[in-house]
Design a protein around this ligand. Structure first.
Ligand SMILES: Nc1nc2c(c(=O)[nH]1)N[C@H]1C(S)=C(S)[C@@H](COP(=O)(O)OP(=O)(O)OC[C@H]3O[C@@H](n4cnc5c(=O)[nH]c(N)nc54)[C@H](O)[C@@H]3O)O[C@H]1N2
Ligand SMILES: Nc1nc2c(c(=O)[nH]1)N[C@H]1C(S)=C(S)[C@@H](COP(=O)(O)OP(=O)(O)OC[C@H]3O[C@@H](n4cnc5c(=O)[nH]c(N)nc54)[C@H](O)[C@@H]3O)O[C@H]1N2
Ligand code: SF4
Ligand SMILES: [Mo]
Length: 684
């Protein structure tokens, strides 16, 4: 990737009558593709890819191109609503302030909780204001989607590297061996590695002589582009990784391997922990042939370095922490971290982690909330699984949901629903009606991404380069929609709290002033960020900074807590079926469902026993049951079933539990590799 400086000349809007086309960036998923938005009067008429964007290079997916439909969706929330009554903002915020005050008086600040999720991840100013509101209110009841997505990544980063914010990024310019494990970037555009334009990116990688391996029980869209696809049994990735790391360690003379000991502590303990994973054990547990397993080891040897990425297929299984640990171990043993051709750590353009003193002293995690003290507090938040019992116990009386849909995203859907209904106040900030706004006492209509200015803030370290971009609002807000920063700024003011900080008040602040303050300490300063209308790449992969922050200068290869978890790991259970997670191209979790359909997917060979394609079936786990239409899907392996999440009928979260199979280290809910049975209800 050629580097370009921050002084790109901004191209003027292309005017033609009242029609104008302006650069912006899509804020639906981590890829944050550059887009050109065409507006005619107050109508957004078209969104297409921005050819000038250095990372997305003109690419968009159907979701990004559907932004005009999303913006003009007739169901959009336009007015603040209390119960079924539309009210002016003043009344909404007076009422909410009184309720917050009363909850704080009766239950303390911890009676007020907040769940921040996907719809706030790309709203840089709103996210910051909402989080600050909770903090200055003094409440510890913070929950985010991390603990129903991938807490194994920050956990392992913390235990091995000393800091939870370390995210390894694919060195896409130099890497030759890319291994994708439980991630389908052709559909998802990457998990913690943003991958805009995935198909040409993977093709280019191969055209340059690189290999792509995909490890996924499904024959995915990404697997179709790969050199090699391995389909282990769901939930057995940790065994595959154990085999590879064990084989590589066996070749090293550990006592003589000065280089490994210099970069990492714990190689002997790791070797001992992996001893029991003989090829026969691994082959039996994964269902993979020994020759396939050996081929993978040979590929790693052949390339010397490896770039391996995991996704939700790994992070949602009960064995997520152990698998992620062994993934880190694989990189460290092969000297692939912080090295060209392997993985690098993106310090971010805005965040500039390489210029700051990081909080590297970890200390013991804090206890969970009163109703679930065993669900530890890590990364400054409590696990979502504990929010349900906090509401049931009466500890949380007022809940703010900011850009989230817990009614579909949280485990044990019926129980979550009952808990949400039991709240005194459920204030939901969203752009559209959802299963969660249907339960809300207060609905706060937010501007959508086209109605607000933004910079990539929280996600800047997930990009393939040290890069940034800025967009102003493309159109004026419709109706009475407010920016989220103003909602929490004014609510704070009513309660005597300074939410916006930096000398700004709701009356003096604007999107741009707030973004300027976020960008002030970035690499090029605020002016360079605000000029980055088509996105800028400051530079490609950077190496070396990470070593200066490692505790005692070395990676910790064998953290005690993970060694103990591995010792207790057993191969995945065999049900009649294992339920696995997957995502759909045209939806984003529960968003954009009008563009897609839901079904229960099984291997076509399983249909005969289930009443045929289109039969009505019930999927039953140990925790619940959901019904829907079964479809044969060539991508599915025998013995597995998948239901996309984010739907209400069937709601796959009716099959998960907030109590059992919750990871003791992270509080993560088991959402994949779950034994289920399928029963036919009606055939057609
Ligand atoms: N189009 C679209 N893009 C999205 C989203 C969306 O809903 N739609 N959601 C966004 C969000 S919130 C996230 S977190 C990311 C997730 O990004 P990814 O993690 O890339 O998500 P998926 O595309 O579901 O890919 C997960 C893959 O894991 C496989 N899998 C399931 N079980 C196992 C297993 O036990 N082992 C292995 N090796 N594989 C397994 C599934 O078959 C699936 O192909 O995507 C984001 N991008
Ligand atoms: N069983 C099961 N459970 C799962 C998963 C699974 O695969 N299986 N996946 C998990 C994962 S990876 C995740 S990330 C979570 C997702 O959990 P959530 O983030 O809670 O779910 P979403 O459906 O993404 O909800 C996002 C909401 O934000 C709103 N929104 C969109 N744009 C904006 C905006 O600009 N401003 C505001 N304020 N709101 C906006 C949308 O309308 C939508 O209601 O679910 C998790 N839960
Ligand atoms: S991949 Fe699609 S949804 Fe994601 S940022 Fe790009 S256009 Fe938007
Ligand atoms: Mo996610």
């Amino acid at each position: 990737m050629g580097s370009s400086s921050g002084d790109r000349v901004e191209s003027p809007p292309l005017e033609s009558g009242s029609v104008r086309s302006e650069p912006s960036f899509c804020r639906i998923c981590n890829a944050m593709c550059g887009i050109i938005v065409t507006v005619s009067g107050d109508r957004v008429v078209r969104v297409r890819g921005d050819d000038e964007h250095p990372l997305s290079r003109g690419y968009t997916c159907p979701k990004g191109r559907a932004l005009p439909e999303l913006h003009h969706d007739p169901r959009r929330l336009n007015r603040p609503t209390i119960g079924t009554r539309e009210v002016p903002w003043n009344e909404m915020l007076d009422d909410l302030a009184a309720r917050v005050r009363s909850t704080v008086q009766s239950h303390g600040a911890d009676g007020v909780a907040m769940y921040l999720a996907s719809g706030s991840a790309f709203d840089s100013t709103g996210r910051r204001a909402a989080e600050r509101f909770l903090r200055v209110l003094g409440s510890a009841q913070k929950y985010t989607a991390t603990t129903i997505d991938t807490p194994s990544k920050p956990l392992v980063a913390e235990l091995i590297g000393g800091w939870s914010g370390l995210t390894p990024v694919w060195d896409h310019e130099r890497s030759t061996l890319l291994v994708l494990i439980g991630s389908n970037p052709v559909v998802s555009h990457g998990h913690s590695n943003a991958m805009p334009d995935p198909v040409s990116r993977l093709r280019n990688h191969r055209a340059r002589g690189g290999e792509v391996w995909v490890i996924d029980p499904r024959a995915t869209e990404t697997a179709r582009l790969a050199d090699r696809h391995m389909a282990p049994r769901p939930g057995s990735d940790w065994l595959v990784l154990a085999h590879v790391v064990r084989s590589l360690l066996a070749e090293l003379d550990l006592s003589a391997s000065v280089a490994l000991h210099e970069r990492a502590a714990g190689a002997d303990e790791l070797t001992a922990a992996l001893e029991r994973f003989t090829p026969d054990v691994v082959s039996a547990g994964t269902g993979l042939a020994r020759s396939d397993l050996d081929d993978l080891v040979a590929a790693v040897r052949r390339h010397g370095r490896v770039s391996a990425l995991t996704g939700t297929g790994v992070s949602m299984a009960a064995t997520a922490n152990v698998a992620e640990w062994l993934l880190w171990a694989l990189h460290i043993v092969t000297d692939s971290y912080d090295q060209p051709g392997g993985m690098w750590f993106n310090p971010g353009y805005l965040m500039q982690l390489d210029t700051r003193a990081l909080a590297t002293s970890v200390g013991p995690p804090q206890p969970g909330p009163p109703s679930r003290p065993e669900l530890l507090r890590r990364f400054g938040e409590w696990p979502c699984a504990a929010l349900i019992s906090e509401i049931e116990a009466g500890n949380v009386r007022t809940l703010f949901v900011v850009g989230g849909n817990p009614a579909t995203a949280f485990p044990d859907a019926p129980r979550t629903r009952a808990a949400l209904e039991a709240l005194d106040t459920l204030a939901v900030v969203d752009i559209l009606p959802t299963e969660t706004t249907a339960l809300a006492t207060h609905i706060l209509p937010a501007v959508d991404s086209l109605e607000r200015a933004d910079v990539p803030w929280l996600l800047d370290g997930y990009q393939l380069a040290v890069a940034t971009q800025f967009t102003p609002a493309m159109v004026e807000p419709v109706g009475d929609r407010w920016p989220v920063w103003r909602m929490f700024g004014v609510l704070g003011e009513r309660l005597g709290l300074d939410v916006l900080g930096r000398g700004l008040t709701p009356a003096t602040a604007t999107d741009e002033l707030l973004i300027r303050s976020l960008a002030a300490s970035s690499r090029g300063g605020a002016d360079a960020v605000l000029a980055a209308r088509h996105g800028i790449v400051h530079r490609g992969a950077v190496f070396g900074w990470i070593r200066s922050i490692l505790p005692s200068g070395r990676w910790q290869l064998a953290p005690t807590a993970l060694v103990a978890q591995l010792a207790a790991c057993v191969p995945p259970p065999s049900g009649p079926f294992l339920l696995i997670a997957h995502r759909q191209l045209r939806t984003m979790n529960s968003q954009l469902r009008t563009l897609a359909e839901v079904a229960i997917h099984v291997h076509p060979g399983a249909l005969a026993d289930l009443g045929g394609d289109g039969a009505e079936v019930e999927v039953r786990s140990a925790h619940g049951a959901v019904r829907g239409t079964v479809r044969g899907d060539e991508r599915m392996p025998p013995g597995a079933v998948t239901i996309p999440h984010g739907w209400c009928s069937p709601n796959v979260s009716g099959l998960t539990s907030a109590d059992v199979e919750v990871d003791p280290l992270t509080g993560m809910v088991t959402q994949s590799a779950i034994p289920v049975e399928i029963v036919t209800i009606a055939t057609h």
